[in-house]
Design a protein around this ligand. Structure first.
Ligand code: HEC
Ligand code: HEC
Length: 430
């Protein structure tokens, strides 16, 4: 301290440094200054930590899809997922956008209108797509097949292609049903119309019975794709092992698993300072709900509100005759809230597991880096409609870094117990 610094200023500087040091010790411990100081978790915190552990993931079920746990259906689904034959130009499979090397995302900001979410863990969610316009994994799969910007097929053509190329696999999974036999007998006389553009005309030419046969087989194809995707679940991460150690009070192991900065980030994540847990809760770090967070560039996209009225009319929804177990298991659809301002610009809360592998981020790929996402949460800017459920956090830059570091501890890849991992790792998909 030099003499030219007035006493009161030097004292205040001293205090500020002292405060900073205290803050630093409480929040991250002090790197390079001996063993870091780590706060213990109280009982409430421990309950939250346990609720985030991967073991809370319930076994996958879907009353509408009796084949979700069927190995033969999953094997057919795997083949279809990776098959470019299943597209008009022979160049687009599901894996074209959901690439194993990017944790089943595309690595691009958007494909078509939106960012490609991962399919890993998707079987655990009630609603599929950023706006939740499909109410099951099997009915979700039927959208891209008929989408002119994706596989660009008509459903009749999909059924033709699958039975021409994968008939044995299909029969093994779903049996030689009456509908299948009827379809195969009539197949040669049914119009082949690859493009969905003119397919409406062809569809009109068919009898009700033929349409129902085709829809039944088409729905089964969705069920096979869902059975495959339902086997793609995240593996245990460092975070999960940390929770196990903390619960056992084995702090030695816990402190090896998460660094002081990662632990501080976790504390922010679950505390009132960060408030992430409000939406990113449960074993996949998502409550499965829809909220408006006003990501930049999203004003033109109404999100959940734009599709909500169509949901009850989707011909392959939970109440449809093609769902294996209809009414009674469709409460979420029956009691659906179909109006309300909170649906405007609302998007599905995405999983944060393996978030380090799935950039760019948000439904429109607005951010390339996790640091940008953290900065956006800190500011929580309003869009011109003043509609967001976020509040600014006023965190320091080092705290945003801690949050980001914590998120990286969720990286784990796909569960090794899954026999399917080996198979899809071998697929060469560009
Ligand atoms: C051209 C790229 C592309 C192709 C091909 C494609 N998808 Fe997607 N997928 C996307 C995009 C983009 C979204 C998000 C769209 C939205 O929310 O509006 C999505 C969403 C999904 C979701 C919802 C995940 C979630 O968390 O909500 C699943 C499951 C899925 N796709 C599976 C499939 C399957 C199965 C196929 C093949 C039949 C397929 N996709 C083909 C790009 C693609
Ligand atoms: C009010 C609910 C809510 C809160 C609170 C919240 N999030 Fe989110 N989060 C969302 C929604 C919804 C999205 C997707 C928004 C979109 O696509 O426009 C999202 C997206 C993300 C993404 C990008 C994921 C991806 O795959 O694109 C990250 C990372 C993230 N949140 C982390 C956090 C962190 C860290 C916090 C706490 C600081 C937090 N979130 C708080 C609802 C929330």
């Amino acid at each position: 301290m030099t003499e030219s610094v007035p006493m009161n200023l030097s004292l205040s500087l001293c205090f500020r440094r002292f405060n900073y040091l205290l803050l630093c010790m409480v929040i991250i411990g002090c790197p390079g200054e001996g063993p870091a100081f780590r706060q213990h978790w109280n009982q409430d915190d421990l309950r939250i930590l346990q609720s985030l552990h991967l073991s809370n993931l319930p076994p996958v079920t879907d009353p509408g899809n009796a084949y979700i746990g069927n190995d033969a259906a999953a094997e057919l689904g795997r083949k279809l997922f990776f098959s470019p034959q299943l597209s008009q130009k022979g160049d687009t499979s599901c894996a074209h956008c959901h690439q194993p090397k990017h944790y089943f995302t595309s690595g691009k900001a958007v494909d078509g209108k939106r960012n490609t979410p991962t399919v890993v863990g998707s079987a655990a969610f009630s609603w599929q797509f950023w706006d939740g316009r499909a109410d099951s994994l099997w009915s979700q799969a039927l959208f891209p097949l008929e989408d002119p910007t994706e596989h660009a097929l008509s459903r009749l053509e999909v059924v033709h292609i699958v039975l021409d190329n994968f008939q044995d696999d299909y029969k093994e999974a779903f049996g030689a049903t009456e509908k299948l036999t009827n379809f195969l007998n009539e197949k040669a006389s049914l119009p082949r119309q690859a493009s969905p553009v003119n397919s409406a005309e062809n569809w009109e030419l068919l009898t009700d019975g033929q349409r129902s046969q085709i829809n039944q087989i088409y729905a089964s194809i969705g069920k096979a794709l869902a059975a495959y995707q339902a086997r793609l679940m995240p593996a245990e991460s460092r975070f999960d092992k940390y929770v196990e150690a903390v619960v056992k009070k084995d702090y030695g192991s816990a402190h090896q698993l998460l660094s002081p900065a990662e632990e501080a980030g976790l504390r922010l994540f679950i505390s009132d300072r960060g408030r992430c847990i409000r939406c990113h809760s449960g074993p996949l770090f998502s409550n499965g709900g829809f909220t408006a967070t006003a990501a930049p560039g999203s004003l033109h996209d109404e999100g959940r509100l734009a599709i909500i009225e169509q949901l009850p009319n989707n011909e392959f929804n939970c109440l449809s005759r093609y769902a294996d177990e209809g009414e009674g298991s469709c409460d979420e659809l029956v009691y659906l809230k179909t109006a309300g301002e909170e649906l405007r610009h609302a998007f599905k809360v995405p999983t944060l597991r393996n978030i380090s592998l799935t950039a760019p981020y948000m439904h429109n790929g607005a951010f390339n880096e996790l640091s940008e996402v953290m900065d956006y949460y800190n500011r929580s800017p309003r869009n011109s409609l003043n509609h967001t459920e976020l509040e600014p956090l006023y965190l320091f830059p080092f705290q945003l870094k801690q949050l980001e570091q914590f998120l990286l501890s969720l990286e784990s890849g796909i569960a090794p117990s899954s026999v399917w991992e080996l198979a899809h790792n071998q697929e060469k998909v560009e």
